[in-house]
Design a binder for this molecule. Sequence first.
Ligand code: CAA
Length: 396
Amino acid sequence: MKLGIIDMEMATTHFQVKLDTLAAALNVDPNKYRYGLRQEAFSMPALDEDPVTLAATAANRLLQRTGREGIRTMIVATETGIDQSKALGLFVQTLLELSSNMRIIETKQACYSATASLQMALGIVARKPEERVLVIASDVARYAVDTPGEPTQGAGAVAMLVGADPQLLEIEPASGVWSAHIDDFWRPNDSSTPMVDGARSLDAYLGAFTGAWEDYLAQGGSPIEEIDYFVHHQPFTKMAIKGHRRLVEHTGAAIDEQRVEPSLSYTPQLGNTYTASLYMGLLSLLHSDLDLTGKRIGLYSYGSGAAGEFFTMVPQPGYQKLLHPEIIAAAIADREELSFAEYRRLHAAHERGSKQDYTNPRVTGAPYRFAGVRDGARYYQHNEPQAATGAFSVLR
Ligand code: CAA
């Protein structure tokens, strides 16, 4: 029995910041961002957007196509969750009016946890093939201003429905894992931005890659020559190229960079989407002109701290019929551009605690919005016109 991804969809934010704008304001050569990082812009949430609204929007787009039948589990992967205790998926469940007969959890291991969530979902559907599992990766990658990470910010979500006899992608059983305690990138509980040791984070990404690759081979994985295309975690686009070069160097295989390039169309525009980033890369590859039917795609998932996993997927016959590249094209193109001053004001305005009540201005055009905080609890709204004049929809 084949197991894998039945369908997938994405969402991003209302605003974007162009890196040429950032470079001009910071007096940096724009070529450093354009060619050094291979980034052109990043997504930036409005005050009424957050990882919940992104996750709900992506899942809503997905479920409109797949329906909800058989979904009894939702796993939301995020490293920018909105509560230390309550799973983000519970907010999504309410917004999407999903069944109460569901198990809902949140997973965390930096950018890696969506991949661990997929593996957990496969375990559930292997045991009960009549069930389907909703896996969502959702993050707002926010770095402190005036740090090297600032141009690599971003935000977005990818929702995936996992099940038996998948029409989109089979996930093959072999998988290589690697982990170690490394202080390369982390975010203490009382900080809204991460601590980053940039050079160490690059080394950790590359070291976890070869570690996961060797384990993949030891677990009976395919030889590199039998992997047709590659998608690597994209904290910034150039990092995926660096990862690929390391794999080529490590294996001695003559695998040219055209095998990874088709996965690099969306991250230059979105920026780092943390847990969703690898899967934005997968969407980019699927949306390319290539006929990938029956081809083997190798995916390298990395999360700082650090954990890596290498595994493979195979697009199924007729998979192209399930693709909707126009959705991501519109999501990228429709973002409103911020000036440098507007961006910095918004960045500062996102720094809010939960000790005081507030109401967010109505900005996002997405179907769901983060309305504000009352008595320490977050409130969300459907963004339909009739809700515009209504009171908060109370979700507790
Ligand atoms: N024209 C063209 N290229 C230029 C240039 C110019 N004028 N000036 C500099 N460059 C190039 C540099 O040569 C360099 O390229 P190479 O690495 O290919 O040599 C590149 O631009 C970056 O410049 P620096 O080496 O000076 O690095 P920086 O100080 O700008 O920092 C960074 C880069 C460490 C990645 C920083 O953006 C950062 O801290 N990012 C956040 C951490 C991160 O993303 N780490 C990646 C691995 S961790 C991970 O994957 C998990 C995750 O999602 C965070």
